[in-house]
Design a binder for this molecule. Sequence first.
Ligand code: NAD
Length: 260
Amino acid sequence: MTVRVCVLGPSGRMGRAVIDAAAGRGDLAITAAVDRPEAPGLGGAIAGVAATADIGAGLDACDVYVDFTTPAATRAVAIAATPRRRAAVIGTTGLTAADEEAVAALVQVAPVVVAANFSLGVNLVLGLVRRAARTLGPEWDAEVVETHHRAKRDAPSGTALAIARAIAAGHGSDYDRVKRHTRDGEIGARPRGEIGVSTVRGGDVVGEHTAYFFGAGERIEIGHRATSRAIFAAGALRAATWAVGQPPGRYDMLDVLGLV
Ligand code: NAD
């Protein structure tokens, strides 16, 4: 069976990478590409795929849609996909509570893979940091530093938050109570168990994340560097072919990769 895929945001960095990654594959086909009405290239073909602004037609022409867009677009498309029970792969980061609500409604009726990062490497890192945090405990100060290109809109990155949450899970702590996303001014001594996340922005960096565990007299660093968006695109397409036929529910890349 050839899985029919609708790509959202074909004019964007990730949308384009998904179309490129699908080229020449027999197990799936890009059957629709949907962008915002004022997007560049709309009405023509982007990498051979006709791009329109008709989300209803795009969802009707696919088995699963792949979404790397903006939080507002992710919400609007999830609302349109719910009555259609359309499978989804969602990689957009920075979702608000209202956006998450729309995704949660779709999850009730369709299989939905949601991941802040679709690379195999980062998903392994999530497991490694959880394990490290569990072994070391909150006595080892945990910090996450992320670096991305200058056009990235949200901070900290969704991947940095996923890593920080994995550390909190390893500590057995409530992330929202121990997080520290920025430091500035008279901040006082670092409280035990705090998990810091720092953001660096510049140039064309695809994505770099390092988790630090600072002990007394020693330190561990667990890091990941993405040098190409192709890894996220390939992972998203793997998630798309995996999702079709799964029961309704919310899944992540660990489910897709069989790492749970
Ligand atoms: P981008 O700005 O290059 O592309 C966004 C695209 O969304 C554009 O083509 C834009 O026209 C389109 N868009 C906006 N509104 C739309 C709408 N209503 N309908 C359809 N399309 C619409 O951004 P990017 O670098 O490709 O990143 C997109 C998102 O993916 C960000 O949230 C980013 O953080 C995330 N991301 C996730 C991963 C991952 O592995 N999960 C990897 C890279 C980026």
